[in-house]
Design a protein around this ligand. Structure first.
Ligand code: CP
Length: 292
């Protein structure tokens, strides 16, 4: 059985701790591993991406492998070939398969048949690679994870769910503040859910947000902007968090909506480190996946 990373629940606390330590080593010595020497990793993008594409493509090269970028239209999948048959053929050629798509079911179906690792590069339900980079960034900033509190403010979406799931595995308390209709579900058992952003950030070491209009939500954009207007991270909200608290965002940001420019580019942001740490954390993940 190949190892997979579909939601992040595949990782034990010990796995996660080892993976984050390894990511720190790889950040210091980016070319020290040849874990993918001469091997190809298929990276299938059915949705746009900047950070995920850049970090995986560069990361696979740094591990001495070859990243094969595939868009939906490149594959017979787009013309009706089954996911299962696509998995069978991918397994004959590549060392691992990353997928960014909408339905989580597609990933489950692929991983059920593939005999090589399958990993989630974002689905409607989960974004575990983002959460790995987030936890790595928190470790760098605070020297450890256990006992930290992170307040997520805004839409209870895939990013919030993965943060809650992997944060709980690491011993981080995640508090999610959302208005009615945007509450985190399917991950809620791992997080404390509140409505008031000020309540969520009290005592928090990090205050996290994501866009109000995610990919696929464009039809309800104006409604969402209205509903989430009170869930912006600004300096006043950060001031209510613990002393030394940092601001986090998975990006891309919509300045003036979920975050102000003063926070995004200000002294308390950890956001650009999060973006960089995608590469280091994912390299450690790839090592873990192909060594299973
Ligand atoms: N955070 C994130 O996944 O960014 P991209 O959509 O640019 O990959």
């Amino acid at each position: 059985m190949a190892r997979h990373l579909l939601t992040g629940s595949e990782l034990t606390r010990a796995d996660l701790d080892a993976l984050l330590r390894r990511a720190e080593q790889l950040k210091v010595a980016p070319h020290s591993s040849r874990a993918l020497d001469g091997r190809t990793v298929a990276l299938i993008f059915e949705k746009p991406s900047t950070r995920t594409r850049l970090s995986f493509e560069a990361g696979v090269v740094e591990l001495a492998g070859h990243p094969m970028i595939l868009h939906r239209g490149d594959l017979q999948l787009s013309r009706g070939e089954s996911v299962a048959d696509t998995a069978r053929v991918l397994s004959r050629h590549v060392a691992a398969v990353g997928v960014r798509t909408g339905p989580d079911e597609l990933l489950k179906e692929l991983s059920a048949v593939a005999v090589v690792p399958v990993f989630n590069m974002l689905t409607a339900g989960h974004h575990p690679c983002q959460a790995l980079a987030d936890l790595m960034t928190l470790r760098e900033r605070f020297g450890g994870l256990h006992g930290l509190r992170v307040a997520y403010v805004g839409d209870g979406n895939n990013v919030a769910r993965s943060l809650a799931l992997l944060g709980a595995t690491a011993g981080v308390e995640v508090v999610v503040a959302s208005p009615p209709g945007y509450t985190l579900n399917g991950g809620a058992d791992r997080a404390r859910l509140v409505e008031d952003p000020a309540e969520a950030v009290r005592g928090a070491h990090a205050v996290y947000t994501d866009v109000w209009v995610s990919m696929g939500d464009e039809a309800t954009a104006e409604q969402r902007r209205g509903d989430l207007a009170a869930y912006r991270i600004d300096d006043a909200l950060l001031d209510r968090a613990a002393p030394g608290a940092v601001a986090m965002h998975c990006l891309p940001a919509h300045v003036g909506e979920e975050i102000t420019a003063a926070v995004l580019y200000g002294p308390r942001e950890a956001i650009w480190d999060q973006a960089e740490n995608r590469r280091h954390a994912q390299k450690a993940l790839l090592e873990w996946l192909v060594s299973g």
